[in-house]
Ligand binder design. Structure first.
Ligand code: PLP
Length: 456
């Protein structure tokens, strides 16, 4: 077995990590962790640490670590049929079963599911389907996609463009021209403190209408949004937001893509965020919770209105020229089937709702009054604590002070993983859906202690 020192050296010399400060990592200045195992809501590493994972990896290990049922389903699939492609009508029992399970759980009005590998490629698929749809309908100009500032939709070319975070655009020549951004439904950061939630929804609607007017509705194909903003700060929408936005989209014949990569399969205490907020999407993007990340798999769920046009398109043009070698990979599909069964048998959607509400209440009670906490917010098994320099003035810390990252580092010393969200001093929590109340208490206790240590 390799020593820790050898592994650490090989890591710094060979491995290009995602979302990492490359130079600091290579110089040995940025942290490194070699993860070896996990059980329930905890992971273990090679240095002997056992950490409570308050972010479920990257909001994805929804059923928790170490589930033998899924490991065995993957092993059995690998033994029977490790791979066959899904092109031209091929499938496996696992992929066909999973398609049925997904459609049985999907919100009303959905017609078919396409399987890819991760959230970015599923959004890429969805944008291509939207463009294809408008070409079949003879509307070649109607192609632009509206996304929101602070939305997160992946880090490919189109999906990195959809993502509304500076870090993902800077020096990459993004966003591409076909993507335009509108206001984030971020009530805490509303432009004027005196605005009510209702006023702020009106403001978001005005901004959207102004953008549509300026660009021309005949050039705009779709609007993409996460039911709850995730990586942009874990921000549930103000009351009435989705209803008001959907009315605008409908008036201008603009499709809605619900990016449910984080919210799909239970995180909000409902099977989909679309059910939670009354969304009527034309396409749904999902990934993470579909397999709880036991294997890579994503799902693009296509609504009936679009499906009818896609069928017509292939009658007119032949085979749909879209697919990946690993679309509907049997091992991912087997993991998905076992994962969805576990979510049902363990009652994890319900647990996400009840223990998630408990986590949010306890967090509010423990840190909500702290002089440097501006906002505690969440929905289901999602929670965020936003740090501020001055509560009354809603003044933020200078980004260079890295206050959020310092609190997260202080939490890690105490054995709890939170995520310093990439834009703003925001502590993010998205634990496995199997979190217990005791574990929620521990997350809250460590958050309070760590805020006190860093901010007094
Ligand atoms: N969409 C949302 C809402 C996400 O949160 C993410 C990833 O965090 C993605 C898309 C991209 O998924 P992936 O990282 O699997 O490409």
């Amino acid at each position: 077995m390799l020593t820790n020192d050898e592994l650490a050296k090989w890591d710094r010399e060979n491995f290009m990590h995602p979302s990492t400060h490359l130079a600091q990592f290579a110089r040995g200045e940025a942290p490194q962790r070699i993860v070896t195992g996990g059980e329930g809501a905890h992971i273990t590493d090679r240095d002997g640490n056992r950490l409570l994972d308050g972010f479920a990896g990257l909001y994805c290990v929804n059923v928790g670590y170490g589930r033998q049922e899924i490991a065995e389903a993957i092993a059995a699939q690998a033994r029977d049929l490790s791979y066959y492609h899904a092109y031209a009508g091929h499938g496996s029992e696992a992929s066909i079963t999973l398609s049925k399970m997904v459609m049985d759980r999907a919100p009303e009005g959905m017609a078919r599911v396409y399987f890819g590998l991760g959230g970015s490629d599923a959004n890429e698929t969805n944008i291509k389907l939207v463009w294809y749809y408008n070409n079949i309908l003879g509307r070649p100009k109607k192609k632009k996609i509206i996304s929101r500032w602070r939305g997160y939709h992946g880090s490919g070319l189109v999906t990195g463009s959809l993502t509304g975070l500076e870090l993902f655009h800077k020096k990459f020549d993004l966003p591409l021209d076909q993507v335009i951004h509108t206001e984030a439904p971020y009530y805490f950061r509303r432009p004027d403190a005196s605005m009510s939630e209702g006023d702020f929804v009106g403001y978001c609607v005005e901004k959207l209408e102004a953008l549509i007017e300026a660009e021309g509705a005949d050039t705009i194909a779709a609007f993409i949004g996460e039911p709850v903003l995730g990586t942009g700060g874990i921000v549930p929408p103000p009351a009435g937001y989705w209803e008001a936005i959907q009315a605008v989209l409908e008036a201008h014949d603009i499709l809605l893509i619900a990016d449910e990569v984080v919210t799909g399969f239970g995180r909000l205490g409902t099977m989909f965020g679309s059910d939670h907020y009354g969304l009527k999407p034309d396409l749904i993007t999902s990934a993470k919770g579909l397999t709880s990340a036991y294997a890579p798999l994503s799902a693009s769920i296509v609504g009936q209105k679009m499906w009818d046009v896609l069928e017509r398109g292939t009658d007119e043009n032949g085979v749909l020229g879209h697919g990946w070698t690993y679309s509907a990979h049997p091992i991912g599909a087997a993991a998905g089937v076992a994962n969805l069964k576990l979510i049902d048998s363990l009652g994890l959607v319900e647990n996400a709702g009840t223990v998630g509400a408990y986590l949010n209440e306890r967090m509010q009670a423990a840190v909500g009054d702290h002089a440097h906490v501006g906002d505690v917010r969440g929905e289901g098994m999602l929670c965020a604590v936003e740090l501020v320099a001055d509560r009354d003035a809603r003044r933020f810390f200078d980004a260079s002070e890295g206050k959020g990252a310092k609190v997260v580092a202080a939490m890690l010393k105490r054995g709890v993983i939170a995520r310093a969200m990439p834009q703003g001093d925001i502590l993010g929590f998205a634990p496995p859906l199997c979190l217990t109340r005791d574990e929620a208490d521990r997350i809250v206790e460590v958050t309070a202690e760590s805020i006190a240590e860093v901010l007094g």
